[in-house]
Design a protein around this ligand. Structure first.
Ligand code: IPD
Length: 263
C-alpha cells in the first residue's frame, strides 16, 4: 500500500471519529477516570473514540499495530503501526473550548520516534471543520490547501506556543522555560492541544511550538505535517524530537529558539 493510500485511511477515520466526538460533546461530556494527576482526565468519549478508531483500522489494515493514548496497544505483523490520540485537547473538550482534535499517524516501525519512519498523518478539529493531513514527500494540507510554514527570521517577531504537563513538578520546569522565552518573542499562546499546535506551525498560524514531556500520540501526526510544510522538528542539542522535547519551527528560528529553551 502506498503512503497516499494510507493517508486516505487516516483522513477517512479521523473524519469519522471527529463526527463521533463532536456528537458526544453536544450530548454532554462525562469524566470516566483520572490518570497522571487529579486534573489529567479521561472522558467516556476518549475511550469510545479510541475503540472506534481501533476497530476501523483493524477492518482496513488487520495486520498493522495500534497504539492509542487510552491504552490500546497491539503489535504489528506488517511492520506498520498506527499511533492515535482519540481526543487531543481533552481538557478543552471537557470545557467545550473548540480546540480539540482526533490525531492519527501511521509509521513504519514501532512507537519509538527515534526509530520510526512516519508515512501519513491526519489531524481533525471537528468543531472548526479543519482537517490537516500529510504523507511523506507529498506535502501538507489543510483541507485541499497546500501548507507552508512562515518565513519569519526574527525571534522577537515570532508568535510561539507551548503546552504543559498535568503534574506540578513538571510544570515548575516548564514555567522556567516560559520565563526565559516570553520576554524575547512577539507573544506566546497555550491553546491546549499539541497536535493542533503543530498543525498551526505548519499552516503559519504560529511561528514555533515546543513542549517537554509529550507522548507519541500527541506528536506523531503533527510533526510529519510540520515537516511536510517545510518546517524543522527536533529536540535539543541535536537530539531527534521525542518525549523529552518537541521543537517545531522554520529553519531560521530553530537555533535561536532552541538556545533560549535550553537556557
Ligand atoms: C494534552 C494536550 C496539551 C499538552 C499536553 C497533552 P491530551 O493531550 O495536547 O496541549 O500540553 O501535554 O498531554 O491529554 O489532551 O490528549
Amino acid at each position: 500500500m502506498t503512503s497516499l493510500e494510507l493517508l486516505d485511511i487516516a483522513r477517512t477515520v479521523a473524519l469519522e471519529a471527529g463526527e463521533l466526538i463532536a456528537r458526544r460533546r453536544r450530548e454532554g461530556v462525562e469524566v470516566a477516570d483520572r490518570k497522571s494527576s487529579s486534573v489529567d482526565v479521561v472522558t467516556f468519549a476518549d475511550r469510545e473514540s479510541e475503540q472506534f478508531i481501533q476497530s476501523r483500522i483493524a477492518e482496513l489494515r488487520p495486520r498493522d499495530g495500534f497504539f492509542g493514548e487510552e491504552g490500546a496497544d497491539s503489535s504489528s505483523q506488517s511492520g506498520l503501526t498506527w499511533i492515535v490520540d482519540p481526543i487531543d485537547g481533552t481538557v478543552n473538550y471537557l470545557y467545550d473550548i473548540p480546540q480539540y482534535a482526533v490525531s492519527i499517524a501511521v509509521v513504519d516501525g514501532d512507537t519509538n520516534p527515534a526509530s520510526w519512519t512516519q508515512l501519513a498523518a491526519a489531524v481533525n478539529n471537528p468543531v472548526l471543520g479543519e482537517l490537516y493531513s500529510a504523507a511523506t514527500g507529498q506535502g501538507a494540507f489543510l483541507g485541499e490547501s497546500l501548507l507552508q510554514v512562515n518565513n519569519e527570521t526574527n525571534l522577537a517577531h515570532a508568535l510561539v506556543a507551548t503546552g504543559f504537563s498535568y503534574t506540578s513538578a513538571e510544570r515548575a520546569e516548564q514555567a522556567a522555560i516560559v520565563h526565559r522565552v516570553l520576554p524575547e518573542v512577539r507573544d506566546m499562546r497555550r491553546a491546549g492541544a499539541a497536535s493542533l499546535d503543530l498543525c498551526h506551525v505548519a499552516s503559519g498560524r504560529l511561528d514555533g511550538y515546543w513542549e517537554r514531556g509529550t507522548k507519541p500520540w500527541d506528536f506523531a501526526a503533527g510533526t510529519l505535517i510540520v515537516r511536510e510544510a517545510g518546517g524543522v522538528v527536533g529536540g535539543l542539542g541535536g537530539a531527534p524530537f521525542g518525549n523529552d522535547m518537541v521543537l517545531a519551527t522554520n529553519a531560521a528560528l530553530f537555533a535561536p529558539l532552541e538556545a533560549l529553551i535550553a537556557g
